[in-house]
Design a protein. Structure first.
Length: 86
């Protein structure tokens, strides 16, 4: 796995911060292995006093459509729209 970020312990995130303060990249011998590694990486991620989209990504990594593969670029948009209706 790889984490790219400019933040560090006790870093002050300005009120108008860039929405992407970091990214996590997972890889594996196959898709299932990469997904498993990403689940672990996200479960170990600790960011305090800032809202992140880590819970959303953890939810997506459990989604049957995503796990089957073949989702389109509209997958997230459609999933969030369904979530808003429920």
């Amino acid at each position: 796995n790889r984490v790219d970020s400019h933040i560090y312990q006790n870093y002050f995130v300005p009120p108008n911060y860039e929405s992407m303060i970091g990214k996590v990249i997972a890889y594996g011998d196959n898709r299932q292995h990469a997904i498993a590694r990403m689940r672990i990486a996200l479960s170990e991620m600790v960011l305090e006093r800032i809202r992140t989209n880590i819970p959303l990504h953890q939810e997506l990594l459990l989604d049957e459509s995503f796990l089957r593969g073949g989702t389109s670029i509209h997958f997230l948009e459609e999933r969030l729209a369904k979530r808003g209706k429920g």
